[in-house]
Design a protein around this ligand. Structure first.
Ligand code: IMP
Length: 191
């Protein structure tokens, strides 16, 4: 294997992973392989969507591929918004609307425990491997901080006083869900 697709168009994510894996593996983005359509994400689990994306690229473009999918699981909401995190408050996929809806859903709740979960599915040599990164924490009562994206201003990781949105990106990457899943993928590719 010398070429591997990362099912993303985020150049930062691509560069970050490229720097960590063996040099003979060239990472390609969706743009690099001419994939401009929306890849279906119709499964009802985070794992299912990651697998669906990786399998779609293998089937339609022939490349080995990995894809990631992330969700925020809140204990007292039985794991919601979970796989629906991006569109929790509607199809407009607004981070502000999503956070406001979640704060409203938790306004009378004492248990505010939650976790981010990233699953990376790797389709390699006709085998599927999955890597899961989890970051435990809790949902704050109001928004704090300007960094990051999505639910970062209302997620405070366990053992920290700040929300993700108040942290440097390097710290978030080190303790966060996506960083942990990527580390497992990188260890696997370097084995
Ligand atoms: P995706 O699978 O990476 O596209 O993530 C799905 C949704 O989960 C995003 O649209 C965000 O709402 C949320 N999300 C994913 N990762 C993070 C994160 O690191 N911080 C905050 N929200 C996130």
């Amino acid at each position: 294997m010398d070429k591997l697709v990362f099912a993303t168009n985020n150049d930062n994510k691509l560069k970050e992973v490229q720097a960590l894996i063996p040099q003979h593996i060239k990472l390609l983005s969706l743009k690099d392989i001419g994939c401009f359509e929306d890849i279906p994400e119709t499964q009802n689990t985070i794992e299912g969507n990651a697998r669906q994306k990786a399998e779609y690229i293998k089937t339609h473009y022939g490349y080995d591929c990995f894809a990631d999918d992330t969700g925020l699981e809140v204990d007292t909401l039985n794991g919601a918004p979970g796989v629906y995190s991006a569109r929790y408050a509607g199809a407009q996929r607004s981070a502000e609307d999503n956070m406001n809806k979640l704060l409203e859903a938790l306004h009378d709740k004492d248990n505010r425990n939650a976790r981010f979960k990233t699953v990376i599915a790797l389709h390699l040599n006709n085998k599927l491997h999955t890597f899961t990164g989890i970051c435990k924490g809790s949902i704050t009562e109001t928004k704090h901080g300007k960094n990051g994206f999505g639910y970062d201003p209302i997620f405070r990781p366990e053992n920290y006083k700040e929300t993700f949105a108040e942290m440097d990106l390097s710290l978030k990457n080190r303790i966060g869900h996506r960083g942990k899943a990527i580390k497992q993928l990188v260890d696997f590719l370097n084995r």
